[in-house]
Design a protein around this ligand. Structure first.
Ligand SMILES: NC(=O)c1ccc[n+]([C@@H]2O[C@H](COP(=O)([O-])OP(=O)(O)OC[C@H]3O[C@@H](n4cnc5c(N)ncnc54)[C@H](OP(=O)(O)O)[C@@H]3O)[C@@H](O)[C@H]2O)c1
Length: 273
C-alpha cells in the first residue's frame, strides 16, 4: 500500500528486484506506469486502485487483493506504507483535522487489512506497518501526525497478542527521517498555516513554525535502505514487535530512554526535532 511514492515505491522496486510477485496498491494505477516501465519486462507486478479515504475503494481493492492472495503459492506479505504528515498546533487542530488524518494514516489501512484477514489466515503471512519514531517522540506542531503513529503502535502491539501462535505476524517499522516527497508535502502545509498563526495570541506558534522552517531540510535514510529493511522483515521467521530504523531514530530513542523527561524536552526545544 502506498506504492506510488517514497518508501512504498522503493519497496516495490526492492521486491521486484528480488523476483517477488507484487500487488501494488496505489490511488492512481496510471501514475505508476512510468515507474513500472523501469522494471525488467518479466516483472510480476499488478496494480490495484486504493484510496483509503474512500470506503468503496477499500472494498473494491480488498476484493481484488483477496483473489490475488488466493492464487499465491507462498506466505503473503502486506506492507502499509501509506501516510501523510500534518503540521498544526494542538490548540488549532479541529475534530475534522483529526478525523481526516486518522482516516488515511490509521482507519483506512486498518480496514483494508481487516478485509484481507480471512485470506491471510488460510495462507499465512506478515504485515509490516510503516510507523514512525513520532509515535513515541512527539514534536511541537505535529501532534495529530504523532497521534496517528502512536495509535498504529498500540494497534500493532495489541494485534500481535491477539494473533500470537498463529501463522500471521504483525510488526512495526519506525523510521527516523527518510528522504522522500513526504517533506515537500509537509513544507507546503507549513506555508498554508503561517497566515492563520498571525492572529493575536498565536505568535508563539508562528515562532515555532519559523524555527522549523528556517532549519535545514532534514536529511536521513534513503527510501531504498528502508525498503531493504522491510524486505528483511517480510522474510524474518518471527519478527519482533517494532524496529527503529536510521541513525537519527536510534539516537533520539536512546536519548529519550536515558534522559529525564525535562532534559529531553529541553533538547527537543533546542533542536525542534
Ligand atoms: N519520510 C519520512 O521521513 C518518514 C519518516 C517516518 C515515517 N514515515 C512514514 O512512512 C510512510 C510513507 O511515507 P513516505 O515518506 O514514503 O511519503 P510519501 O512519499 O509522501 O508517500 C506517501 C504514500 O501514501 C499514499 N497515500 C496518501 N494518501 C493516500 C490515500 N488517501 N489513499 C491511498 N494512498 C495514500 C501516497 O499516495 P499518492 O502518491 O497517491 O499521494 C503515497 O504513496 C508514511 O506512513 C509516513 O508517515 C515517513
Amino acid at each position: 500500500m502506498g506504492a506510488s511514492s517514497g518508501i512504498g515505491l522503493a519497496c516495490l522496486q526492492e521486491f521486484v528486484s528480488r523476483g517477488w510477485r507484487v500487488l501494488a496498491c496505489v490511488r492512481q494505477p496510471a501514475a505508476l506506469n512510468a515507474a513500472l516501465a523501469q522494471f525488467p519486462p518479466a516483472h510480476r507486478v499488478e496494480c490495484v486502485s486504493l484510496d483509503v479515504s474512500c470506503g468503496d475503494s477499500i472494498r473494491r481493492a480488498a476484493g481484488t487483493a483477496m483473489d490475488w492472495i488466493s492464487e499465491a503459492s507462498a506466505a503473503v506479505g502486506i506492507v502499509n506504507a501509506i501516510g501523510v504528515g500534518a503540521v498544526k498546533p494542538v490548540e488549532l487542530t479541529s475534530s475534522d483535522d483529526y478525523h481526516d488524518l486518522f482516516q488515511v494514516n490509521v482507519f483506512g489501512p486498518m480496514a483494508f487489512i481487516q478485509a484481507l484477514m480471512p485470506s491471510l489466515r488460510k495462507q499465512g503471512g506478515r504485515i509490516v506497518h510503516v510507523g514512525s519514531t513520532s509515535g513515541r517522540i512527539a514534536s511541537p506542531l505535529t501532534g495529530n501526525y504523532a497521534a496517528t503513529k502512536a495509535t498504529l503502535d498500540a494497534l500493532v502491539a495489541c494485534q500481535r497478542l491477539e494473533l500470537a501462535g498463529s501463522n500471521i505476524h504483525v510488526t512495526l517499522l519506525e523510521p527516523g527521517v527518510v528522504n522522500t516527497p513526504f517533506w515537500d508535502k509537509l513544507k507546503a502545509q507549513q506555508q498554508h498555516l503561517l497566515p492563520a498563526l498571525r492572529a493575536d495570541g498565536l505568535e508563539r506558534y508562528e515562532r515555532l513554525l519559523g524555527r522549523r522552517d528556517s532549519g535545514n531540510p532534514p536529511s536521513g535514510s534513503s527510501p531504498a535502505q528502508v525498503a531493504r529493511q522491510v524486505a528483511a522483515l517480510l522474510a524474518t521467521r518471527v519478527p519482533r514487535r517494532r524496529y527503529a530504523f536510521g541513525k537519527d531514530a536510534y539516537r533520539k530513542l536512546a536519548l529519550q530512554r536515558l534522559l529525564p523527561d525535562r532534559w529531553f524536552e529541553w533538547l527537543q526545544m533546542r533542536r525542534l526535532g
